[in-house]
Design a protein around this ligand. Sequence first.
Ligand SMILES: Nc1ncnc2c1ncn2[C@@H]1O[C@H](COP(=O)(O)OP(=O)(O)OP(=O)(O)O)[C@@H](O)[C@H]1O
Length: 657
Amino acid sequence: MSSNLDSPIKTQMAVAVFNSPLGREYHANDGMEVAKPSGRRRVFVQTESGCVLGMELDRSDNAHTVKRRLQVALNVPVEESSLTFGDTVLKNDLSAVRNDSPLLLTRNLMHRSSSTPCLSPTGRDIQHRDWSGPIEILGHSNSFKKTKQLVKEIVKAMKIGVDPIPVQSGLGGAYYFRNSRGQSVAIVKPTDEEPFAPNNPKGFVGRALGQPGLKRSVRVGETGYREVAAYLLDYGHFANVPPTALVKITHSIFNINDNVSGNNKSMKMKKHFSKLASLQQFIAHDFDASDHGTSSFPVSAVHRIGILDIRIFNTDRHAGNLLVKRINDDGADRFSQVELIPIDHGLCLPENLEDPYFEWIHWPQASIPFTEEELKYIQDLNPYRDADMLKTELPMIREASLRVLILCTIFLKEAASYGLTLAEIGEMMSREFRRGEEEPSELELICMDARRLVAEMESDRGVFVSSSPKSKGHEDSFLFEMDGCDDSGFDFMDDFTCPTPPSHFGFGRNPLSKLQETIEEEDGEEEENGVAFDAPGKSGLVSNLSMLPKNNSFTAHNLKSLKTKTENNGYGYGFGYGYRNGNENGNIGVNSSSGHRSANEQLPASASFVKFVDMNEDEWCVFLEKFQELVYPAFANRKSVSVGQKQLQRLGTSCQF
Ligand SMILES: Nc1ncnc2c1ncn2[C@@H]1O[C@H](COP(=O)(O)OP(=O)(O)OP(=O)(O)O)[C@@H](O)[C@H]1O
């Protein structure tokens, strides 16, 4: 039986099927929200094609009944599909699924590239039968007040025919939505148009939702809720993150790729598609931080954004992601002050520690000590409360990301109270390149030591827990079990071995402490397919970039951005992991005829030195205790080096005279 999960139109048809069993539709944004009887929930099912269905669940529903309804609508046999909610593949019980949760429907068998889209001429009629509003906010937090207002303005404008405008810059699909006066009021980024997602309009396709994305530890399709998480965590608007919410949004502007030819389908069809997207308030600005000298940036703005970046382990704070707005502009070229607006938090809260990117790290503002007010803000942060808040507001968030948030917040609190500056904290979190090797950051080294202590305690007590680091047959070596997208047959993070980290802190980093990451299934498949690019060295980067699509939406900014993203991760020194073209069995499809590029052609794999998700609750608690004990010697070490560096700098200056 051919399954039609890839058909956006079929997906739209399914709306009718979903609405019927319960007879009543829930309107999130029209002010008519009816109190639901307990057990009744509104969920949003996203298919692999990116399209989204609003659906009501009853207390009696289970995964099987939901999939059965999907089978009727989409012709996907129940036994061939999986329904995923965050970390959980739903087997039967749906009690963990809360109101407003997005669910991902995937096929177990991987024949994506050979599936034939099935288009239905009745799509328009179906759209009329979808009673949900054109924009529904997922979640009911008070924090979304501003967004609700924006949504009203946008819907009003849409009704009188004011269309959104596609955003040319950036690697993902994004659209400026406007008010009735034609002013941009929000930027909308559909989750299925992210870089490498199936409907990316700029040629970066090749991975399925849920697979590793631009950053290996952030899955494709999951940057949208991270944008919202950053906003929700920005208590008191401290760092100035623009109001952001996750929405189900329906419009004909959105991009749908024909998954056979890779061509853009929606442009020709002008159909309406419902998508899950982040919707962020548009902030009028004058330039971004890459366009202007940074010396005018207020110290407090840099500190506040830096504090947020550390909490959320931002891997993408490049200068383009800091908008700059002049204030007190006297009309001349001079202006007394600027306001900074941090945007684009889709690559924060990774599922693993990797190399963060903090543009501010070498700005002088970052080396100025925190003020009392900033220290108070930091001390009042409660990582466990933050994690609970995110779980409530964004129920699909993964445990691994929450652990990264908890760890980084603890690290920030301890480091700030010890007296470290923003720059020192950022440096301790960043990896370095030595002799062409990416080495773990000081933060990662501390974590590796803490993990070793947990493992030692367990072996002393004779405890063997399946999720603990296990002996791999040779001394000092562990094999960590991975969580994976088991149903997709694609391991998110593959097994890797972990030699014992060095027992000292600081600067004697042991290159051998780097975990040897298995490069997914590539090795085998490279041989099978006989198509492999191996371009070590910097020239590899250049040659790969030169192969990027040349469509009109792909600008120098995109290039710079991809280059920054890769170089930031230390990949600028080599695409040395080997690249391959997609294969017809696989999830890494390439449509070279259409100019669409495979994700794997451009993405090197990142090293994982330490992970947290394989620890059970008890181990995690002990790990955190050990971590907190171990940070102090590391802080002392860092402080003494900073002092040494300052003395050297002074010496250098005095030598000039
Ligand atoms: N809240 C906002 N207000 C105004 N402009 C915005 C806002 N968010 C994004 N933009 C603009 O849209 C562009 C693209 O957005 P963004 O950087 O978030 O997308 P992206 O695809 O993730 O980009 P990149 O690949 O560079 O990280 C930005 O360069 C910026 O000019």
